[in-house]
Design a protein around this ligand. Structure first.
Ligand code: SAM
Ligand code: DTB
Ligand code: SF4
Length: 331
């Protein structure tokens, strides 16, 4: 089927990283991956995975919400949107010493990356200065740094880079054509713009999406294409299974079939062969066996620690026991 074309040499000024999409994959090709017999799809995903990674290694990132709740946006899945009546209350930004203590604890538990999240449409300049201090401190502990702060304005990505930021997480979340059914306060194109600013500043991109929001298989395939055709694709691709939050518009969406979720992981692995694919939100609700199928399909990263931003994640002990059973080695 699809061989990824080599990118031909281009004039110097065009070689700067951008996220301008290239036509590497089509939706029809990714739908065809989804339609493969399950065993064939797993085999193909494992082949691609083993060509690019040690299939027995797994990367671990720990998350901390440094500014929780009260968000102006209307993302239909989110506990932190001010407009929905959820159990999550608006909180002030965490003080630096609490962030440092959490990062040190994550490092002691074995995480290699520390990701700090804020419930903002985008950061104000005074907020960014505080987050930059957090990045400097976490980097100083010897951890890779990641933040997810919403949409960035001109100059903000450069400030984050200067503070020592390694990765910026900003998910496309869902297919451009489904986006307006879940979020109306900003656009899919705004997300792509921010990813461009992150790239231009020389920060690595972490971008993925949420599966199980009532989207069709075609929407899922289109999301994968939109991620895979970014030039270059994100270094890190979180695939979240919707965690239904009471009080949000998506509270009662029917859960996605586990095999369909695994197929999505495989499609991400095959189309983005050198990216880390992270089995992200929704892991707490999964059996060990379903998680193992996700790893077989090419997921090689997880969020590690008993909390995501506002919802639960498996205890570190459960993850360690699972890694032990599967012979997975953390990196
Ligand atoms: N406000 C920033 C933004 O929207 O980019 C950063 C924080 S936001 C909570 C980060 C990501 O968390 C979202 O893009 C979405 O992919 C994920 N997320 C939020 N709520 C979720 C849920 N209930 N289930 C699964 N993923 C969720
Ligand atoms: C990502 O893709 N998933 C993480 C991280 N990036 C920021 C967030 C998941 C949030 C799940 C719901 C919650 O805990 O509020
Ligand atoms: Fe705000 Fe991000 Fe939640 Fe959307 S996903 S409501 S932008 S915190």
């Amino acid at each position: 089927m699809n061989a990824i074309p080599q990118i031909a040499a281009r004039p110097r000024e065009e070689t700067a990283p951008t996220v301008k999409p290239v036509a590497r994959w089509t939706v029809a090709e990714v739908e065809a991956l989804y339609q493969l017999p399950f065993m064939d799809l797993m085999h193909r995903a494992q082949q691609v995975h083993r060509e690019n990674f040690d299939a027995n290694e797994i990367q671990r990132s720990t998350l901390l919400s440094v500014k929780t709740g009260g968000c102006s946006e209307d993302c239909g899945y989110c506990s932190q949107a001010a407009r929905y009546n959820t159990d999550t209350e608006r909180e002030a930004m965490l003080p630096l010493d609490e962030v440092i203590a959490a990062a040190q604890a994550a490092k002691d538990k074995g995480a290699s990356r520390f990701c700090m999240g804020a419930a903002w449409r985008g950061p104000k300049d005074k907020d960014l200065a505080k987050v930059s201090e957090m990045i400097r401190a976490v980097k100083g502990l010897g951890l890779q740094t990641c933040v997810t702060l919403g949409m960035l304005k001109d100059g903000q990505a450069e400030e984050l880079k200067e503070a020592g930021l390694d990765y910026y997480n900003h998910n496309l979340d869902t297919d451009a054509s489904f986006y307006g059914q879940v979020i109306t306060t900003h656009k899919h194109a705004d997300r792509i713009d921010t990813l461009g600013q992150v790239r231009e500043a020389g920060i690595k991109v972490c971008s993925g999406g949420i599966i199980g929001m009532g989207e069709s298989r075609r929407n899922r395939a289109a999301l994968i294409v939109q991620l895979a055709n970014l030039a270059p694709p994100p270094e890190s691709v979180p695939i979240n299974n919707l965690v239904p939050i009471p009080g949000t518009p998506l509270a009662n969406v029917a859960p996605i079939d586990g095999f369909e979720f695994v197929r999505t992981i495989a499609a991400a692995r095959i189309t983005m062969p050198t990216s880390f694919v992270r089995l992200s939100a929704g892991r707490q609700e999964m059996s060990d066996e379903l998680q193992a199928l996700c790893f077989l399909a090419g997921a090689n990263s997880i969020f590690y620690g008993d909390k995501l931003l506002t919802t639960g994640n498996p205890e570190a002990d459960r993850d360690e026991a699972l890694f032990e059973k599967l012979g997975l080695r953390p990196i």
